[in-house]
Design a protein around this ligand. Structure first.
Ligand SMILES: [Zn+2]
Length: 388
């Protein structure tokens, strides 16, 4: 039914690399070449579009790679898959740009990537250019790189992404056929919604607060950012400040990921099925001013962690189309229109009085059940949660 459940158990594992100084130099060079290629290919797309008014395809750009590798030996020194992946990324950015344009949004045009914005490259097929050997990661044209195996690797590695972060280099191994570790069934299910001031609220009214360190981290980030802008461009002191800022960003990312993992695990332990709104679609706008404390990007990141964990644990995450979940009564189905400032749902039809977000979370749960054909959704019927 929901393809996300049956979908292969794919999971990413991230490990710190321990490259030699020479390997580090080569890694930085590969990254630099990839970024240059990205920017060149973007420029080509723009100028060709201006000349002929037709978009250039990823495939014709890929065909040109062959010539590029012949003409410029520095590109021949890079694995062809790594270069192809650069073009694939550009293509993806382009597709997203046009898709949003079609939807009537005002997306930012794909941009040229500066040194700090482009920080990874990918081998799209383990065994071809990158492979594992007795605890080392063997990268074509780079060599045997030592890895800090901080956690066990499971499943079959499919792709490897090498990423530069503030404190060094990392390898992200995307694995298929990761063995499931099912959690015992609970017979319970729920719906979750983004809260106004809290991270999320469940259909049972349970609240998960935004972690307190968010605000403190925001302040630290702002301070580090100001320090960068005060310093002269190109100076040594500025470069140092940039390093500081990058480490602060990394710290925030890790704290957020940690919070998402813990929250997801908590929800999955308690419930067999979790429904949430498919916010990738239209009404992000409604949610955007709703959820000031949490960015859309963060919610999307949480969702993908929840889905990945659910797949491993044999749990179900159901994405329901967002439709008047905050307006309808979760008790009787009656439409109860209310503006954003109204925080309590009061139904004159059935008398239900409930926190606005909790009512929405319940509606999300009902919608999830309806999607799975479990609940009768005729208006006016007594809505009992269907245990599974
Ligand atoms: Zn009602």
């Amino acid at each position: 039914m929901n393809s996300r459940i049956v979908e292969s158990l794919r999971r990413s594992y991230k490990y710190k690399l321990k490259p030699t100084p020479e390997q580090e130099r080569v890694l930085a060079e590969v990254l630099w070449r990839c970024r240059t290629l990205y920017n060149t290919a973007l420029e080509q797309r723009i100028s060709l579009y201006r000349q002929r008014g037709v978009p250039i395809s990823r495939y014709s750009q890929e065909a040109e790679l062959q010539d590029l590798r012949v003409e410029m030996p520095e590109y021949a020194a890079l694995h062809s898959h790594v270069l192809q992946d650069v073009l694939a990324r550009l293509d993806k950015t382009y597709q997203a740009f046009f898709r949003r344009l079609m939807n009537g949004e005002k997306p930012g045009f794909p941009r040229f990537q500066g040194r700090t914005r482009y920080h990874s490259f990918t081998y799209k097929e383990v065994g071809n250019g990158a492979r594992l050997d007795t605890g080392y990661l063997i990268l074509s044209k780079i060599g045997r790189v030592a890895v800090r195996w901080s956690r066990p690797l499971e499943g079959t590695p499919k792709t490897v992404t090498i990423s530069r972060e503030a404190d060094g280099w990392y390898a992200i191994l995307s694995c298929a056929d990761v063995p499931a570790q099912p959690l015992p069934a609970t017979g319970r299910e729920t719906g979750i919604d983004v809260g106004l001031k809290v991270f999320l609220i469940t259909a049972e009214g349970e609240i998960v607060e935004n972690p307190r360190h968010y605000r403190r981290a925001e302040k630290t980030l702002a301070k580090a950012q100001r320090r960068v802008s005060r310093r002269t461009k190109g100076s040594k002191r500025r470069r140092k400040a940039v390093g500081h800022l990058q480490r602060a960003h990394q710290h925030v990312r890790r704290q957020r990921a940690d919070f998402h993992h813990k929250t997801a695990l908590h929800l999955l332990r308690e419930h067999d099925t979790i429904s949430l709104e498919d916010l990738r679609v239209a009404n992000l706008v409604r949610k955007r001013h709703l959820a000031k404390s949490i960015s859309d990007a963060s919610w999307a990141a949480f969702r993908s962690i929840l889905e990945a964990k659910a797949a491993c644990a044999g749990r179900r995450v159901v994405a329901v189309p967002p439709a008047s979940t905050s307006q309808d009564c979760s008790g009787c189905g009656e439409r109860v229109p209310k503006s954003l400032s109204v925080r309590t749902h009061v139904c004159t039809n059935c008398g239900l009085v409930m926190d606005r977000d909790e009512n929405a979370a319940r509606n999300i749960q009902w919608a999830g059940q309806a999607l799975r054909g479990l609940a009768a959704v005729a208006a006016g019927m007594n809505r009992e949660s269907v245990g599974l």
